[in-house]
Design a protein around this ligand. Structure first.
Ligand code: FE2
Length: 246
């Protein structure tokens, strides 16, 4: 992906496919305007930094680095958000996702309550994010302020919930809790499992291999012992880029 080469990925379903939980108008504006703006902002920031390097003038680097973080994170999270939803979504997680949720959160219900409350309590604009943390070898729930604050380095999002008002205001006004309750009806659990399997193949070494006192990174154990299909990378490690991103 060359600098400035990002494109808005198309929705994987029709604009009205998530009704009655998310309306066609809401989805169209969210995708076509808001997400598009982050893609444009990311491209602009990347090209501005190319220009700064060419001129060896980094007087605006602080501004462009912030633009890079904000718009890049916005593009990535929205791209995941669209595929995390499906007209045939909802229900309960199964298989690997269910096993890891129970292993770390105790029960699906406890996970759902924590995730919902975390998203509800985001101050202002942000996200609820279920991540795979390769360093610890387990799932974790994080929140994001705006798109890029409050995160934890090295984590890989597998399920994201946009709680910016632009995601729900037309349908739910200021009733974020109603939007979150409705959103569970469109969660695409098979996509979450696909992302989890790919994330589990990622390697993010924290220690310095070969340095005195540092051996190779051990494989992180799964609480409660091996899980079906979860004791190692279930699929080849993903190549460069985020699956699902155009
Ligand atoms: Fe959004």
């Amino acid at each position: 992906m060359p600098p400035g080469g990002h494109r808005l990925p198309p929705l994987p379903y029709a604009y009205n496919a998530l009704e009655p939980y998310i309306s066609e108008t809401q989805l169209r504006i969210h995708h076509d305007r808001h997400h598009a703006a982050y893609v444009e902002g990311l491209n602009t920031a990347e090209l501005a930094l190319v220009d700064e390097r060419a001129r060896m003038d980094f007087s605006l680097v602080r501004y462009w680095e912030r633009e890079l973080a904000f718009n890049g994170s916005g593009h990535i999270l929205h791209s995941i958000y669209w595929t995390n939803m499906s007209p045939s979504g909802g229900g309960e997680p199964t298989g690997l996702v269910r096993d890891h949720i129970i292993a770390h959160f105790g029960s699906v219900q406890a996970f759902r309550e924590q995730f919902s409350r975390a998203a509800l309590d985001v101050e202002g604009s942000g996200w609820g994010v279920l991540v795979w943390q390769p360093q610890w070898g387990r799932l974790e729930i994080l929140t994001a302020w705006r798109h890029e604050d409050l995160t934890q380095w090295g984590t890989i999002p597998v399920l994201v919930l946009d709680v910016w008002e632009h995601a729900y205001y037309l349908d739910y006004q200021n009733r974020r809790a109603d939007y979150i309750r409705a959103w569970w009806n469109v969660v695409n659990w098979p996509d979450v499992e696909r992302r989890l399997r790919l994330a589990m193949g990622a390697q993010v070494p924290m220690q310095c291999h070969g340095a005195p006192g540092h051996g190779p990174m051990p494989s992180a154990p799964i609480p409660g012992g091996p899980l079906p299909g979860g004791s190692g990378p279930a699929e080849p490690a993903p190549g460069p880029g985020i699956p699902g991103l155009a």
